[in-house]
Write a protein that binds this ligand. Structure first.
Ligand code: BTN
Length: 255
């Protein structure tokens, strides 16, 4: 299903029934000498990892758990852009494959009607001025129903099945994501940063919205205005001043 047009991503695809986390597995495979672009997919994860130290609920048979191990040549200051590139690729693939109106919440959540259908966890090894390796972990809620969800995520999570009322193939979705990822990642490597940022802005459900931002030392209420060329979120505070956010938890307030 993957055509010869693919440059780098998915030249090797390794499938497991169960892993602790596909991110950790992809990292191990890179260390063992697997090439940049190696994809790991698992039916279930026993220690699925989310952002900010959270866990990612990973039951068997329902969802897509996939990680892509890469060796990017971009400078570390553009590291956030790798995540933005990945979420652009996944959102485009989800829209095409499942025809759902997915929007992006900064930096990398995929939402439908403000509920999360997917997330991305990027882990990187930086050595001096170089990114030595990176693993982009993609979790998409595909066929999970509300009954399958633990109470604590019912209010905030959704799935392709909940949105569309039908089951989807995890492997066909994985193929679509790999193809899109390959295309957008090549643009990043060719330094086409503006193309990526423009597309991210088009797919964003964050820009123009009121947001609450929880930082390590304080909380802000602001309007999301744009992202800059390093992928930081630019917000306007109620007193009219601007701040650039590079990490933190962003909640969309009611439109
Ligand atoms: C988030 O918090 O939104 C990011 C979730 C990322 C989950 C995926 S599932 C596949 C990969 N392996 C992991 O352990 N995490 C990522």
């Amino acid at each position: 299903l993957l055509s010869s047009k693919i440059q780098e991503i998915g030249k090797e695809i390794v499938v497991y029934d169960e892993v602790e986390s596909t991110n950790s597995k992809a990292n191990e495979l890179l260390k063992q000498g697997y090439p940049s672009g190696t994809v790991v997919v698992a039916d279930r994860q026993i220690k699925g990892k989310g952002r900010l130290g959270r866990k990612w609920i990973s039951p068997s048979g329902k969802n897509l758990y996939m990680s892509i191990g890469i060796k990017p040549t971009i400078p570390p200051k553009y590291a956030t852009l790798l995540t933005l590139t990945s979420v652009v690729a996944c959102t485009t693939a989800l829209r095409r494959y499942a025809d759902v109106p997915v929007l992006i919440k900064w930096p990398n959540d995929m939402l439908v009607d403000d509920k999360k259908v997917g997330g991305i966890l990027t882990e990187m090894k930086i050595e001096g001025e170089k990114i030595k390796s990176a693993v982009v972990g993609i979790g998409i809620n595909v066929n999970m129903t509300e009954e399958d969800m633990p109470e604590e995520i019912k209010e905030i999570a959704s799935s392709l099945k909940i949105c569309k009322g039908e089951d989807f193939s995890r492997s066909l979705l994985a193929v679509e994501i790999i193809k899109e990822f390959d295309k957008w990642y090549q643009l990043l490597e060719k330094r086409q940063r503006k193309t990526i940022i423009d597309r991210w802005m088009q797919l964003s459900g964050t820009i123009g919205r009121q947001v609450k931002i929880v930082l390590s030392d304080r909380e802000l209420i602001a309007t999301a205005e744009a992202i800059d060329e390093e992928g930081r979120l630019i917000v306007k505070l109620t007193d009219g001043t601007y701040e650039k956010i590079c990490a933190g938890d962003v909640t969309l307030l009611r439109a």
